[in-house]
Ligand binder design. Structure first.
Ligand code: ADP
Length: 417
């Protein structure tokens, strides 16, 4: 198999499209973008890979494109999934063999200490991403499979890895190191890496633009609240602290993850409850957070239950907000001066009650939300703080695919495109 080398990273001037692939353990999400105007040409996903009832949903997004297509049927593995994606794109005249395709950008969850920038994928890079599997066992294997499959399909095409950890590489050692034995930590590469970095980078930059400032001029607390959730403190465009750690388990209360917990809880579960490491892993990653607290991980459902007077849902919401507030306070102290707090991702962009509750009572810190502005539903970046507020509170929809596409294209585009 031929593999891209430095000389193949330059593409022709009419190659302006980037396919973004986000390969999970049983799913592949994709978007095809045209980098001349950042427009989306197609988007879709393959889910339940390896099951009898796999599903492909494909939406052509070009002007005049036909509507969404959906098909159900067995898709055995990632290779078959990517072939299905290629077929769907080809039906719209956007096939992977098009000379207009400049590169494929892959989301890779863990870049360790080695990858702090988007990186053109070579055999050596892929081997290093594989070496990181022990620190990201839930994510990197699927990312590696996605990359292998895409390279087999188009061995001549530049492929770029964009790492979820990269934006956090600027954290000082005081924030990145855990207070454990240094030799043990270093031997096993144990430290805070942080995740959702592509989102934190995009959203913090977009927030600076919303304030009419350069990113270097502003300090921002980013609250990425999706099913997974993380906070970051960004000083002058550089990340100085983030809530996820060695893995995405640490920090905020999430849909199904516990976030912060006394590490001794795990010994207790092992010694007293007799649980295995895998069972504890499953408990804390899949059966905790909002789901563990009230049986639902969707904030819409939790708000509906609260409106009906459900006490368990109310307590889950309160615990979620309490943790969020602790992080806002902590990151305020880390930054010293805060220009903006920004909410993003599914919950952050849509759940007005979460935004309201997270900053309630923080007026002394210059934080407030205008009820009318907070109630507005919009897909646009917007301010929700009152005019006089010392700290801007903003909602900025995240766009990880666009960020990955832009970072990918920047590496492979010929000069002047
Ligand atoms: P992820 O990418 O981590 O899977 P998303 O950023 O897509 O997650 O966020 C998904 C979550 O967003 C859902 O689980 C749900 O809790 C929340 N969400 C989506 N829409 C709304 C809404 N209208 N109101 C409240 N919460 C919402």
């Amino acid at each position: 198999m031929t593999t891209p080398t430095e000389s193949t990273t330059a593409v022709t001037a009419n190659a302006t499209r980037v396919l973004v692939l986000n390969s999970g353990s049983s799913s592949v999400k994709y978007q095809l973008l045209d980098m001349r105007d950042n427009s989306r040409l197609a988007a879709g996903l393959v889910e339940r890979i390896g099951e009898g009832t796999s599903r492909v949903v494909h939406s052509p997004l070009t002007a005049g494109g036909a509507g969404k297509r959906e098909r159900i049927g067995a898709i055995a593995d990632h290779s078959a999934a990517l072939k299905a994606v290629a077929e769907e794109l080809a039906l719209d005249g956007l096939g992977l063999d098009s000379p207009q395709l400049a590169a494929i950008g892959h989301r890779v969850v863990h870049g360790g200490l080695r990858f702090t920038e988007p990186t053109v994928i070579t055999d050596e890079v892929l081997a290093e991403v594989e070496r990181l599997i022990p620190v990201a066992p839930l994510h990197n294997p699927a990312n590696v499979t996605g990359i292998r499959t895409a390279r087999a399909l188009r061995p001549d095409l530049p492929q770029v890895a964009v790492f979820d950890t990269a934006f956090h590489a600027t954290m000082p050692e005081s924030a990145a190191r855990y207070a454990i034995d240094v030799a043990t930590a270093d031997a096993h590469r144990i430290r805070r890496y942080g995740f959702h970095g592509t989102s934190h980078a995009y959203v913090s930059r977009r927030t600076a633009a919303l304030l009419g400032k350069d990113p270097s001029e502003v300090n921002v607390i980013v609250l990425h609240l999706g099913n997974g959730a993380s906070a970051s403190a960004v000083a002058g465009g550089r990340c100085v602290e983030t809530s996820m750690g060695l893995t995405p388990l640490e920090g905020l209360v999430m849909g199904t993850r516990s976030g912060d917990i006394d590490p001794a809880v795990t010994f207790h579960l092992k010694r007293v409850a007799g649980m295995s490491a895998d069972e504890i892993d499953e408990l804390l990653n899949k059966k905790s957070g909002l789901m563990g607290l009230c049986g639902d991980n969707d904030m819409r459902e939790i708000r509906r239950r609260i409106d009906e007077g459900d006490e368990r849902a109310r307590l889950a919401f309160d615990i979620y907000i309490h943790r969020l507030k602790k992080y806002i306070g902590a990151y305020y102290a880390v930054l010293g001066r805060v220009d903006a707090i920004v909410f993003t991702a599914g919950v952050g962009e849509n759940a007005a009650p979460v935004r309201e509750a997270a900053v309630a009572g923080l007026e002394e810190l210059g934080l407030a939300v205008d009820a009318d502005l907070n109630a507005v539903r919009s897909g646009e970046p917007r301010l929700i703080s009152p005019d006089h507020a010392r700290v801007a509170v903003a909602v900025v929809p995240t766009d990880e695919e666009l960020e990955i596409a832009q970072q990918t294209f920047a590496l492979v585009a010929p000069e002047g495109v």
